[in-house]
Design a protein around this ligand. Sequence first.
Ligand code: DQQ
Length: 541
Amino acid sequence: SNVSQSYRTAYHFQPSKNWMNDPNGPMYYNGVYHLFYQYNPYGPLWGNISWGHSISYDLINWVHLDVALVPNEPYDINGCWSGSATILPSGEPVILYTGSDTNKHQLQNLAFPKNLSDPLLSEWIKSSQNPLLSPPEGIDPSSFRDPSTAWMGTDGQWRVVIGSEIDHHGMAILYKSKDFRHWTRTANPLHLSNKTIMWECPDFYPVSVNGKDGLDTSVQGKNDIRHVLKASFNNSDHYVVGNYDPKTDQYEVDTDFMDSKARLQYDYGRFYASKSFYDGKNKRRILWSWIDEDDSESDDIKKGWSGLQSIPRSIWLSGNGDRLVQWPVKELEKLRTQKVHFENKELKGGSVLEISGITASQADVEITFSLSNFNEAELLLNTEVVDPQILCTQKNASVSGSFGPFGLLLLASKDMIEYTAVFFRVFRGANDFRVLMCTDQSRSSLRSDVDKTIYGVFLDLDPRHAKISLRSLIDHSIVESFGGEGLACITARVYPKLAIKEQAQLYAFNNSTQSVSISSLSAWSMKKAQIVPIGKRRKLI
Ligand code: DQQ
């Protein structure tokens, strides 16, 4: 067909066509990275949900294999929904997933590789004991799904959490097992909240208090380990940090879900149903997420596809131990090609600087700003009660302040009719300074049928001591932005009409009254990743 594919990405994971949603069962096994995903083999909209399966040696270039799980048993005939992989001590990887049965009740099922000596684990078999778990008494059979990766407690028993909701409490129900086949529900959920709806895709894992190394999911410790619990609800992935006791299964969190002071989210833009895994090859924990479309359904039908995965991110605990830091996996840098670089350039108030010499629709950009005259910053009091997204919306990219907006204008058309602005503002509080990060899509497209939400978050850094930095991964219809070296992230899907392919431009801008300085800028054109069906990669395998 001659449908424009200008929104297709070059280095984000996508199937060749059709619908994709949640990442499932990511793992590193015997030298190979596996990614499964919710997939409709027959069309670009949600339905016929199966487990797509792709493998990689570097998390960037991928080979699509045959679909691993298809809905063809009474216990999963209405869909093989989300789930996770666990590598058993015997070395055998297994999958726990949710099946939607003939009555659309949600059940938990087990699958394992048909042939462990196949290096790609291409074929998967469902257990004859399925379903292993049915919705217990008192739980709505349509609110019981998405088993996590299992971990082992000090008693040698496996634990798994399942997303649910009881009496308007979102929760992670905890199950235990000695053999991975017979599971018993524990007296209490691992955690619950009366401030949220149903939890989807819960994820629970240890993080190290010292340094960036990741930990395997069953690793336990004392003062050197904390635990993260993630739950997906309200279109976002929320998490809490706390201390977990592997003897009693008590989990004490610092601040709870929806606590206005913390409001910890992996990403403050589009990012949902994520899942992490431990990469034993590089001793790191890696996070994947579904990034959905925000154009219309009829567009998805025209394009023939829908849904992306984020660039996989390394995640670790920040220096003060209260939140996660995220950064694109280092392998992504292999795709960097033509480079532009400069240092110490003043950006006067009201100025725009074109960054030319790279492919602006397919780029990786890192920019660092430095400021002086902090006392000129606008006053903003009671920042604890200010919603950063509302602040970004009120003070969008066209509203000039004393320090901000300054940042990048990306996927911009030549005449600046279209652009997406990713920018900062610095405010002075009663005793401190606050840095606001925004992604403003309000001018991102001449099209009227696409979402143009403005996103925002405060960065947990003091601009008097830390530089204000931004990295944006631009890939045709997606922009993933990392503020403060990964302290906060905002992902957006944008659908420009003019600023496509070679027409797209990139600018640094400062729409403040004060001048700011770019201490350093590096921008690269990005090569296309090889993401192809297995037939086209026979040589490699
Ligand atoms: N997607 C799956 C469910 C999950 C939801 C179905 C989250 O298992 O709860 O495709 O996006």
